[in-house]
Design a protein around this ligand. Structure first.
Ligand code: FE2
Length: 274
């Protein structure tokens, strides 16, 4: 009898939960469809203002060897200023997270970028950027999924100790997956750069520090480059536009679930159902 009573309680609760999740999933799919439909209008006339870029063919060999590459002075100063202004204006909308032993910092999601940072959105979707990066990595690149909140995000390291610990950017997608970082702000109170450093540990155990001064762009294959951002100090400010590009945005349902679990470190439990 107690078992029957338990079942009589559990079944309706499970059914109600499934109905809520189904409705939520439908709503979210509609949101992403609408954002994708509005995207061309949002980014019209906001293409990146770039400096003359190095010949990608000259960089391709270096990328093939190291799986990571850094370019200084990527944007014209006014282009960088526009992105920086948007990023700073959106700081209050960033979602803060703290996972002891893993990360601490703020993140502005891809959805929020659609709503509040159109120039950053335009940068991520610029065909010329995809073409140039594609030539550097030797693959045809495209944006990752519309519902992936980390496809394009802004990372705020602006409270003492903000950091992300050693990790790979695990590749959940079917194709190869590349991380692209553009440094929008990197300052300390003494006028230098922040204490937050992008570091790579090679298979041989060597630790390499990559200079991410403002307007530096770094591209790397995150699944093959073990890296971290070291903690910032009091008064430091480090803001990075973080983008992911891939060769095939298809994803297996189980990997989609794993990707969502990973994203809870940035957006909390909502990443599981959003
Ligand atoms: Fe990473």
């Amino acid at each position: 009898m107690p078992e029957l009573l338990t079942l009589a309680l559990v079944i309706p609760v499970a059914a109600a939960g499934a109905a809520v999740l189904t409705r939520r999933g439908r709503q979210r799919r509609r949101v992403y469809r609408e954002l994708a439909e509005r995207r061309e209008m949002l980014i019209a006339g906001r293409g990146p203002k770039r400096q003359a870029l190095s010949d990608p063919q000259g960089l391709r060999l270096a990328f093939e060897r190291e799986c990571i590459l850094r370019v200084e002075g990527f944007l014209a100063p006014e282009g960088l200023a526009e992105l920086r202004e948007e990023a700073r204006a959106s700081r209050p909308r960033a979602e803060r997270s703290f996972i002891p032993g893993h990360k601490k910092g703020g993140t502005l999601s891809y959805e929020a970028i659609h709503r509040h940072a159109p120039t950053c959105l335009a940068f991520y979707h610029a065909p010329a950027l995809h073409e140039w990066l594609g030539a550097v990595v030797g693959e045809r690149l495209r944006p990752t999924a519309d519902h992936d909140q980390s496809s394009c995000s802004i990372l705020y390291y602006d409270q003492p100790g903000d950091h992300i610990h050693w990790h790979y950017d695990y590749n959940f997608y079917r194709g190869r997956h590349f991380t692209v970082l553009l440094s929008l702000v990197n300052r300390s109170t003494d006028g230098g750069v922040s204490s937050g450093r992008l570091m790579q540990r090679t298979q041989a155990g060597e630790v390499i520090e990559w200079d991410t001064a403002e307007n530096v762009l770094v591209v790397f294959e995150g699944a093959r480059v073990f890296h971290r951002a070291s903690p910032i100090a009091e008064g430091d400010e480090r803001v990075m536009l973080s983008m992911t590009l891939c060769t095939d945005p298809g994803i297996h349902p189980l990997k989609e679930l794993a990707r969502r679990v990973k994203d809870t470190a940035y957006y909390g439990p909502r990443a599981l159902i959003d």
